[in-house]
Design a protein. Structure first.
Length: 365
């Protein structure tokens, strides 16, 4: 018997790393469908940690195994479904798939990501990688699939992990059967979890980031959560700027603080910006090409969205910015800072995330 809507409560197991105490704390996070309220229960101490309350920044679509959500400045990793009902009710709707965007389709990245968000799919992870022929063969799990593997090793590819039923067909419609028939999202020789580990959590799989002669654009969490990240990417690509690497990050407070450290004493709202960067996922782009830094800075517009709307109403911050803190996008200030920022995200933060994943999942395939 299905529950009446006013009785439906979803439950998830979440964890939070308390840096001050150097302890990982686990909770049950309840989501009440009737009024979209949440509650948290401390598993170890067997007591309510957060009383039932409204928290508008969290909606049911944000909660899935592998998600990272922030509640009152605590960044929580969703580890598992908390009960049989939640698993049964949500596991089908939360079907996962992985698509690989080959080099010739990189110019449509913004269109693809925008379509996924607009059709209410959850984009869990994005990462551009450079596969060797041997790694491509290993990924396919079929030593006879040399041609298919070669197509994936000819240049960098973008791996996109999507949650939701029907993502495969949407991607097929967007990229065309000829382009997608050699990169099915379900591979018979291994599970989705193994595929995801291989592409996103394997230290031997290198990012496509150049880490030199580049600049960085970070799409803020409020833009990603609002489903407009694809629009930003599409505008950047239509302006003729070349994306050489892309990845979705969920920054913790330590990483966000390190990133903003260079602005110490310069930005009056630095701490508020750190808080903003930890509220959800960010998408980071590495861009390269002639005059890429001044072209990107012009496209982004003034840091204050109000001023941007007055001086350049078509700039990214004018369109997607909400305030001086939630100004839509970050872009590199100085040419020498581009490689440093790129290395910070695609090397340091990514490797830090790998260590966390390894500790949680127990290694790689």
């Amino acid at each position: 018997m299905s529950k009446a809507e006013n009785e439906v409560t979803y439950c998830f197991v979440v964890e939070w790393y308390d840096r001050q105490a150097s302890i990982t704390r686990q909770y049950l996070l309840y989501y009440f469908l009737l009024d979209d309220t949440i509650e948290m229960y401390d598993i170890k101490n067997r007591r309510t940690f957060l009383k039932r309350c409204h928290y508008p920044d969290i909606v049911l679509e944000d909660l899935f195994v592998g998600a990272v959500v922030t509640i009152y400045a605590r960044q929580l990793a969703v580890l598992d479904f908390g009960d049989a009902f939640t698993k049964r009710a949500l596991s089908i709707a939360r079907t996962r798939s992985i698509a690989l965007i080959k080099p010739k389709q990189w110019g449509r990245l913004g269109i693809i990501v925008d379509a996924l968000y607009k059709n209410n799919f959850v984009v869990r992870r994005i990462r551009s990688v450079q596969l060797s022929l041997q790694q491509a063969l290993q990924f396919w799990g079929d030593t006879q699939a040399t041609l298919r593997a070669k197509n994936l090793s000819d240049g960098p590819v973008i791996a996109v992990e999507v949650i939701g039923v029907g993502a495969d067909q949407l991607l097929l419609d967007l990229m065309g059967e000829e382009e997608t028939k050699s990169m099915e999202t379900n591979f018979s020789r291994r599970s989705h979890e193994e595929e995801a580990k291989f592409l996103f959590e394997n230290p031997d799989i290198k990012s496509s980031a150049r880490l030199k002669d580049c600049t960085v654009c970070l799409i803020h969490p409020h833009v990603v959560v609002g489903g407009a990240a694809g629009e930003v990417i599409d505008i950047i690509q239509k302006r003729g700027l070349k994306i050489s690497a892309v990845q979705l990050f969920s920054l913790d407070r330590q990483s966000a603080t390190e990133f903003m450290d260079v602005y110490q004493g310069i930005l009056p709202h630095q701490n508020a910006m750190i808080d903003e960067l930890t509220t959800g996922a960010s998408i980071v782009l590495e861009l390269e090409g002639p005059d890429v830094l001044p072209n990107l800075r012009t496209l982004c517009g003034p840091p204050d969205p109000e001023i941007a709307r007055y001086l350049d109403p078509d700039s990214l911050r004018a369109v997607f910015g909400q305030s001086k803190v939630k100004n839509g996008v970050h872009c590199t200030d100085l040419s020498d800072d581009g490689p440093l920022e790129s290395s910070f995200f695609f090397d340091e933060v990514h490797n830090s995330d790998l260590i966390k994943s390894r500790a949680t999942n127990g290694g790689y395939m």
